[in-house]
Write a protein that binds this ligand. Structure first.
Ligand SMILES: [Zn+2]
Ligand SMILES: [Zn+2]
Length: 209
């Protein structure tokens, strides 16, 4: 693979890779270690990690550079939106963690039942006022308490079949572009069997800086 450009965060690199794929270029975003952070003599050696976009095929280099120039002019994706895009699932909180009423402090857990998962306002058994359980968790435990409530994000570099079909993936034998063809089949030029997913997977295993 050909490493093209560094981005300030992994979500930025993912977005840049998705932009290239939307234009038919096989690309992915990832993080890798770029060296040790210089610290005091006795400090541990935390690795410095940076985020990058790479493409799979050398002939894509110039169009990819042009597309990334375009992408870099777009507004940067907001990283806070990255995690806020999904509603927190409060059913993933530790069962013993109290969720106190915003008005009187009584634990709302007993009133929540199945509603806890949906994040609907909950009426307090003591004061009768309603509290948003997400706000109640943040008010008592801080925003970091919600971290377990977000499922692991799916691989943002996952390529669906429709995108896969449109990528400019060359035949591994004759380099004929398989753009628009089924995920697996025979190269119409040389008859070589191909499997686009297998090509995608192996394309990013070797770095060509
Ligand atoms: Zn209350
Ligand atoms: Zn071929």
């Amino acid at each position: 693979m050909i490493e093209l450009r560094q981005y300030p965060s992994l979500p930025h690199a993912w977005s840049a890779a998705a932009y290239l794929r939307a234009h038919g270029l096989l690309a992915r975003g990832y993080q890798r270690e770029t060296g040790r952070v210089r610290m005091g003599i006795f400090a541990g050696p935390p690795m410095r990690v940076d985020s990058f976009v790479a493409i799979a095929f050398e002939p894509d280099r110039i169009p990819a550079e042009e597309l990334l120039d375009e992408f870099d002019q777009l507004p940067m994706p907001d990283e806070s939106e990255w995690s806020a895009s999904a509603e927190p699932d409060l059913a993933r909180l530790p069962p013993a963690m109290p969720i106190p009423c915003l008005h009187c402090g009584k634990d709302l857990r007993e009133r929540m039942g199945v509603r806890v998962a949906r994040g609907l306002p909950i009426e307090c058994a003591r004061c009768g006022k309603c509290s948003d359980p997400v706000e109640a968790v943040v008010a008592r435990h801080g925003p970091e308490a919600l971290l377990p409530c977000y499922p692991e994000p799916a691989d943002p570099d996952w390529i669906d079949d429709a995108t896969l079909a449109q990528l400019r993936i060359p035949c591994q034998k004759c380099r004929y572009p398989l753009t628009g063809l089924a995920p697996t089949g025979l190269c119409p030029e040389c008859g070589q069997a191909y499997d686009k997913r297998a090509i995608v997977e192996t394309s990013f295993m070797r770095v060509t800086p």
